[in-house]
Design a protein around this ligand. Sequence first.
Ligand code: IMP
Length: 174
Amino acid sequence: MLRYFAMNILISADDIQRRVRSLAQEIHDDHPNGVHLVCVLKGAFVFLADLARQLPGVATLDFLAVSSYGTSTQSSGQVQVLKDLDAGLEGRDVIIVEDIVDTGLTLHYLQDILRARAPRTLQTACLLSKPSKRKIDIKVEYVGFTIEDKFVVGYGLDYAEQYRNLPYIAVIGD
Ligand code: IMP
Protein backbone atom coordinates (compact mmCIF):
# COMPACT_ATOMS: atom_id res chain seq x y z
CA MET A 1 0.00 0.00 0.00
CA LEU A 2 1.23 3.51 -0.80
CA ARG A 3 1.87 5.73 2.22
CA TYR A 4 1.75 9.47 1.91
CA PHE A 5 4.07 11.54 4.06
CA ALA A 6 4.09 15.26 4.74
CA MET A 7 6.77 16.92 2.63
CA ASN A 8 8.88 19.82 3.76
CA ILE A 9 10.76 21.42 0.90
CA LEU A 10 14.42 21.80 1.79
CA ILE A 11 15.78 23.01 -1.58
CA SER A 12 13.45 24.48 -4.17
CA ALA A 13 13.50 23.54 -7.86
CA ASP A 14 14.71 27.06 -8.74
CA ASP A 15 17.59 26.93 -6.25
CA ILE A 16 18.63 23.52 -7.62
CA GLN A 17 18.61 24.80 -11.21
CA ARG A 18 20.71 27.85 -10.28
CA ARG A 19 23.27 25.73 -8.41
CA VAL A 20 23.48 23.10 -11.15
CA ARG A 21 24.13 25.87 -13.70
CA SER A 22 27.03 27.23 -11.66
CA LEU A 23 28.45 23.72 -11.05
CA ALA A 24 28.37 23.11 -14.81
CA GLN A 25 30.25 26.37 -15.37
CA GLU A 26 32.88 25.38 -12.76
CA ILE A 27 33.33 21.99 -14.44
CA HIS A 28 33.63 23.64 -17.84
CA ASP A 29 36.22 26.15 -16.53
CA ASP A 30 38.29 23.25 -15.11
CA HIS A 31 37.83 21.06 -18.22
CA PRO A 32 37.50 23.29 -21.30
CA ASN A 33 38.27 20.32 -23.58
CA GLY A 34 35.32 18.32 -22.31
CA VAL A 35 34.49 15.61 -19.80
CA HIS A 36 33.20 12.06 -19.59
CA LEU A 37 30.30 11.97 -17.13
CA VAL A 38 29.67 8.71 -15.26
CA CYS A 39 26.16 8.73 -13.81
CA VAL A 40 25.53 6.57 -10.75
CA LEU A 41 22.03 5.13 -11.16
CA LYS A 42 19.42 5.41 -10.11
CA GLY A 43 19.62 8.43 -7.82
CA ALA A 44 21.78 10.69 -10.02
CA PHE A 45 19.72 10.45 -13.21
CA VAL A 46 17.97 13.82 -12.81
CA PHE A 47 21.14 15.63 -11.69
CA LEU A 48 23.04 14.13 -14.64
CA ALA A 49 20.35 15.21 -17.12
CA ASP A 50 20.35 18.81 -15.88
CA LEU A 51 24.12 19.04 -15.41
CA ALA A 52 24.85 17.66 -18.88
CA ARG A 53 22.43 20.12 -20.51
CA GLN A 54 24.06 23.05 -18.70
CA LEU A 55 27.61 22.08 -19.73
CA PRO A 56 28.72 24.39 -22.51
CA GLY A 57 31.53 22.10 -23.74
CA VAL A 58 31.86 18.56 -25.04
CA ALA A 59 30.41 15.88 -22.77
CA THR A 60 30.10 12.14 -23.23
CA LEU A 61 27.97 10.03 -20.88
CA ASP A 62 27.97 6.58 -19.39
CA PHE A 63 25.91 4.88 -16.71
CA LEU A 64 26.67 2.61 -13.80
CA ALA A 65 24.04 1.08 -11.52
CA VAL A 66 24.88 0.19 -7.95
CA SER A 67 23.00 -0.93 -4.91
CA SER A 68 24.25 -0.31 -1.41
CA TYR A 69 23.26 -3.11 0.91
CA GLY A 70 21.57 -1.95 4.07
CA THR A 71 18.21 -0.73 5.26
CA SER A 72 16.22 1.68 3.11
CA THR A 73 17.59 4.69 5.00
CA GLN A 74 21.07 3.49 5.96
CA SER A 75 23.98 2.45 3.81
CA SER A 76 26.10 -0.49 4.92
CA GLY A 77 29.01 0.32 2.65
CA GLN A 78 28.74 -3.01 0.85
CA VAL A 79 28.28 -2.01 -2.76
CA GLN A 80 27.14 -4.23 -5.59
CA VAL A 81 27.59 -3.16 -9.21
CA LEU A 82 24.30 -4.06 -10.93
CA LYS A 83 25.19 -2.54 -14.32
CA ASP A 84 28.73 -1.73 -15.38
CA LEU A 85 29.86 1.02 -17.75
CA ASP A 86 29.57 0.40 -21.48
CA ALA A 87 32.98 1.90 -22.33
CA GLY A 88 36.48 2.03 -20.83
CA LEU A 89 37.87 5.10 -19.05
CA GLU A 90 41.51 4.98 -20.15
CA GLY A 91 42.94 8.46 -20.76
CA ARG A 92 39.62 10.22 -20.19
CA ASP A 93 38.74 13.15 -17.91
CA VAL A 94 36.08 11.42 -15.86
CA ILE A 95 33.57 12.96 -13.49
CA ILE A 96 31.49 10.64 -11.33
CA VAL A 97 28.02 12.15 -11.00
CA GLU A 98 26.36 11.07 -7.74
CA ASP A 99 23.17 12.17 -5.97
CA ILE A 100 24.36 12.32 -2.37
CA VAL A 101 27.38 11.49 -0.28
CA ASP A 102 26.38 10.31 3.18
CA THR A 103 28.81 7.94 4.92
CA GLY A 104 31.03 8.15 1.82
CA LEU A 105 31.36 4.36 1.63
CA THR A 106 29.62 3.99 -1.75
CA LEU A 107 31.66 6.72 -3.37
CA HIS A 108 34.91 5.50 -1.85
CA TYR A 109 34.29 2.09 -3.40
CA LEU A 110 33.34 3.57 -6.77
CA GLN A 111 36.33 5.92 -6.89
CA ASP A 112 38.61 2.93 -6.20
CA ILE A 113 37.20 0.70 -8.96
CA LEU A 114 37.06 3.52 -11.52
CA ARG A 115 40.57 4.78 -10.72
CA ALA A 116 41.83 1.28 -11.49
CA ARG A 117 40.56 1.76 -15.08
CA ALA A 118 43.26 4.40 -15.72
CA PRO A 119 41.32 7.60 -16.46
CA ARG A 120 43.53 10.66 -17.13
CA THR A 121 41.73 12.44 -14.27
CA LEU A 122 38.98 11.28 -11.93
CA GLN A 123 36.77 13.74 -10.08
CA THR A 124 33.37 13.62 -8.40
CA ALA A 125 30.29 15.84 -8.54
CA CYS A 126 27.62 15.32 -5.87
CA LEU A 127 24.40 17.27 -5.69
CA LEU A 128 24.20 16.85 -1.90
CA SER A 129 26.60 16.17 0.93
CA LYS A 130 25.85 15.22 4.54
CA PRO A 131 29.30 15.69 6.13
CA SER A 132 28.13 14.86 9.66
CA LYS A 133 27.53 11.23 8.60
CA ARG A 134 30.92 10.65 6.98
CA LYS A 135 32.63 7.37 7.95
CA ILE A 136 35.50 7.70 5.55
CA ASP A 137 37.51 10.65 4.29
CA ILE A 138 36.57 11.21 0.68
CA LYS A 139 37.36 13.83 -1.94
CA VAL A 140 34.39 15.44 -3.74
CA GLU A 141 35.47 18.28 -6.03
CA TYR A 142 32.00 19.61 -6.91
CA VAL A 143 29.30 19.75 -4.20
CA GLY A 144 25.89 21.28 -4.88
CA PHE A 145 24.57 21.72 -1.35
CA THR A 146 25.77 20.72 2.10
CA ILE A 147 22.84 19.56 4.22
CA GLU A 148 22.17 18.41 7.77
CA ASP A 149 21.72 14.78 8.69
CA LYS A 150 18.16 14.38 7.41
CA PHE A 151 16.78 11.77 5.04
CA VAL A 152 15.84 13.57 1.85
CA VAL A 153 13.93 12.64 -1.30
CA GLY A 154 13.18 14.13 -4.70
CA TYR A 155 15.23 15.20 -7.72
CA GLY A 156 16.22 11.56 -8.28
CA LEU A 157 16.48 10.53 -4.63
CA ASP A 158 14.02 7.96 -3.34
CA TYR A 159 12.48 6.41 -0.31
CA ALA A 160 11.50 2.83 -1.21
CA GLU A 161 11.59 3.82 -4.93
CA GLN A 162 9.09 6.66 -4.44
CA TYR A 163 9.53 10.43 -4.85
CA ARG A 164 12.33 10.37 -7.46
CA ASN A 165 10.14 12.48 -9.75
CA LEU A 166 9.80 15.48 -7.42
CA PRO A 167 11.47 18.57 -8.92
CA TYR A 168 12.71 19.72 -5.48
CA ILE A 169 14.51 18.18 -2.51
CA ALA A 170 12.25 17.46 0.46
CA VAL A 171 12.47 16.00 3.93
CA ILE A 172 9.79 13.44 4.60
CA GLY A 173 8.03 13.16 7.92
CA ASP A 174 4.80 11.72 9.22
P1 IMP B 1 26.77 6.41 1.44
O1 IMP B 1 27.46 5.16 0.99
O2 IMP B 1 26.36 6.30 2.90
O3 IMP B 1 27.53 7.69 1.17
O4 IMP B 1 25.37 6.48 0.73
C1 IMP B 1 25.22 6.79 -0.56
C2 IMP B 1 23.91 6.34 -1.10
O5 IMP B 1 22.89 6.18 -0.09
C3 IMP B 1 23.39 7.42 -2.02
O6 IMP B 1 23.88 7.25 -3.33
C4 IMP B 1 21.90 7.25 -1.91
O7 IMP B 1 21.45 6.29 -2.84
C5 IMP B 1 21.67 6.74 -0.50
N1 IMP B 1 21.30 7.84 0.40
C6 IMP B 1 22.04 8.38 1.39
N2 IMP B 1 21.37 9.38 2.02
C7 IMP B 1 20.17 9.46 1.41
C8 IMP B 1 19.01 10.32 1.59
O8 IMP B 1 18.95 11.21 2.44
N3 IMP B 1 17.98 10.09 0.75
C9 IMP B 1 17.97 9.13 -0.23
N4 IMP B 1 19.03 8.33 -0.44
C10 IMP B 1 20.12 8.49 0.37
